[in-house]
Design a protein around this ligand. Structure first.
Ligand code: DQA
Length: 143
């Protein structure tokens, strides 16, 4: 089985970017942690980050061929992108939406997610651990 670990805009700057909100952890650390969990259970991981909406859509489309589920932090596109939501609905793959920060504690524009209605589940506010928990959920459900 294979998992797609998908990260959206500005998440390449984790560790540097607003560390008071997002912490010191880097995207590389997160990808490594997810890979470790997957390896332990015989799952593969395809990790991809992009700052471009269309590239994220392309990855979601491609995932329908060889992926069991998507762990997805869409970054700010969470709150804006009908196109990403439609991509998820189009492929019909289970998606867990992850946010490092507790978006509900922050500005009102972060309280709305276009992704949540088409996601299997959501993990918010638990930092890097959220990605690990989402990964574990896929392994538990689909192994
Ligand atoms: C985020 C929350 C979003 O509101 C923000 O735009 C991000 C990161 C998070 O992981 O907490 O880029 O998705």
């Amino acid at each position: 089985k294979q998992l797609l670990l998908l990260n959206g805009p500005n998440l390449n700057l984790l560790g540097v970017r607003e560390p008071d909100i997002y912490g010191a952890v880097t995207l590389q650390d997160i990808e490594q942690q997810v890979e470790e969990v997957c390896q332990r259970h015989g799952w593969k991981v395809k990790a991809f980050q992009s700052n471009h909406e269309g590239e994220l859509i392309d990855q979601i489309h491609q995932a329908r061929h060889d992926v069991a589920g998507i762990v997805f932090n869409p970054g700010a596109y969470t709150h804006t992108s009908v196109a990403l939501r439609d991509a998820i609905a189009s492929v019909g793959l289970p998606v867990i939406e992850v946010h490092l920060s507790n978006v509900h504690q922050r500005e009102t524009f972060r309280h709305t997610s276009y992704i949540a209605p088409v996601a299997w589940g959501q993990v918010v506010g638990l930092g890097a651990m959220g990605y690990v928990l989402a990964t574990q959920a896929f392994i538990n459900q689909y192994s």
